[in-house]
Design a protein around this ligand. Sequence first.
Ligand SMILES: O=C(O)CCC(=O)C(=O)O
Ligand SMILES: [Fe+2]
Length: 311
Amino acid sequence: METDEVVMLPVIDLKDITNQSNKLLEACKEWGCFRIVNHDIPLTLLSEMKSVVRYLLDLPVEIKKRNIDEIAGSGYVAPSKKNPLYEALGLYDLGSFEAVQEFCNQLDVSSNQRETIMQYSGAVHKLVIDLWNKLAESLGVSVECDNLEEWKCQFRINKYHFRQETVGTAGVQIHTDSGFLTILQEDDSVGGLEVLPKPSLASGSYVPVHPVPGTLLVNLGDMATIWSNGMLYNVKHRVMCKEATIRISIAMFLLGPKEAVEARPEFVDGAHPHLYLPVTYEEYRNLRLSSGYRAGEALDLMRLTAASQAI
Ligand SMILES: O=C(O)CCC(=O)C(=O)O
Ligand SMILES: [Fe+2]
């Protein structure tokens, strides 16, 4: 069953973030996603980036294929049996100047386009670190020593080839994001993203997310659930084809540190025993790939048993 905008996605005003801690926490625990307004990325940069992305995804396939994987799935993704309407280009390690340059070189971008990509990646990278800091602060956890600038980030630009005969089918199947936090710039006018909040909010139904140009969406992923000992909700989501048109979106994933991630002590006590084994992002990503579990089920493979908790 689907609801149709009966339930509204939480909106967080970044200019007033100090007064929104409770709302932010509620959004992260119950929805695992929210919309942000009043971020400081200029609207002109958002729209210039959209034009660049459209251009890149329109390039001939021989050129797009030069965007090779750095880690599994980080480069060009062609339409597949599982997701026939979907294709993507991407880059691993958005925080690295060299990696962004290499992405631009692979796709032969113009100098103006390169400038836009550099500015956009810098701005979104800063925003995601800022957001994670704010979220941790709202939870009373200090991440000062975490060296967030060093955490790996993945960047992905998505194109959906929606046609009349595919209306009602999935553009991207149900999944959770594997990292900590995702910032998504949606298509300005084409909807299709649907999220599954905790059942208490929408009686187990997917909620359609209608685009609001100029704003950004945030999702929490599996690593955030491990880190918070199950408190932060890794939202399941999918993209459905609603109309015969091209849909474009831009995603930035804050994946995690090089070191193993485990529940912060602030979230563990007698009533909340340690839930998951420590794991590095890379190990966890490999587990998702090898198990084929893409919608958070891989977390169950990481669960500490009652016996091991007692040790
Ligand atoms: O295109 C979208 O709106 C969502 C894409 C997404 O979920 C992803 O890239 O992980
Ligand atoms: Fe996603």
